[in-house]
Design a protein around this ligand. Sequence first.
Ligand code: RIB
Ligand code: CA
Length: 295
Amino acid sequence: MNVVIDADPGTDDAIALCAAVRSDSINVLGITIVGGNVHRSLGTSNALAILDFIEATEIPIVQGADRPLKGSFTYAYDYHGKDGLSTTIPQSTRPASSISAIDFIRATCSPPNHETTLIALGPLTNIAEAIQMNQELANGVKRIFVMGGALEVDGNVTPWAEFNIHQDPVAANVVFSSGIPITLLGLDVCNQIYVNRGNFPPSDNETKERFLTRSILEGWFRFKPEMERYTLCDPAAVAAAENPDLFEYRQASIKVVETGKQKGRTMAKYENGSVDVAINCDPVEVLNHISGMLS
Ligand code: RIB
Ligand code: CA
C-alpha cells in the first residue's frame, strides 16, 4: 500500500516511522511534518536523521504547518525530551523537500490516485489544509488512519482531550467531516499497547529500526524515571494500517469540541458515519505485530 505519513516526531512517531519503512507491505511515498510534540523544524530534522539512520534516504521529508488552524502549538518536550527523541542520533546533512506539505499531499493523494492512504500521527493541520485547498482531495485519498482522540476514556492532556486533537480541534473537524474514510485509533485502544521499563530486549534479528527503537525506549525510561510503561500510540496506528484486522471497530460520526474547558474532546455518534473507531484489540497481538514490523 502507498502511504503518506504525517507526523510530529516525537519518540513514538519515530518508532512508527521505523515500523512503516521496514514493513514489506507499506510503501512510504513521503513523510510530511507538522508541529506538535516538537517545533516543526525540529520534527523535520528528526525525521531526516531517522531516515539517515535506517538508510531510507530515498523517502522525501516535507515540512508542513508550524501552527494550528487557530492558535499555536503547545510542545511536549517534557514528555519526549528536549531533542524530541530521548536519544541522540547523528543529524542529517540532507535538506527537506522544497515543496510544502499541502502540495505534497495534494500531489500524491489527488485523483486519479485513489490508492494513497494517509497515516496521521500528529495534529491534523496539514491534512485539513490540504483538504481545504483542494476539495477534490476527498475523492483521491483511499483512507486516513488517524492516531487521535479519546472517546470512552479520559484524555491525556485534559480529562476530555487527547494531545493530537487538542492541538488543532478545528483541523480535526475539517478532517472528520470531509467524508474521507477514516480509521480512528484513540487512547481507548492505544493506552492498552505499551512496553514496560526494561522490557524491549535485543532480538536475534537486530535491524537498524529495532536498534533505534530500543535506543529511544531506553533513553525515554532514563529521561522519565517516574514512569514504568511507554505507550506505543503511533506504532499502533501504523500496525492498524498494515493489518486492520488487529482491531475491532464501530462506525461513527465524530465531532470535536473546538473551544472552552472541553476543547479537543472527540464526541462519537455511533451511526452509519465515515469513521471506523477502533474499540478493542488483543494488546499482546498488536505488540507482537509492531515488534515483527521492526524485525
Ligand atoms: O496522544 C498521543 C499522540 O500525541 C501521539 O501521536 C504522540 O506522538 C503525540 O503526537
Ligand atoms: Ca505523534
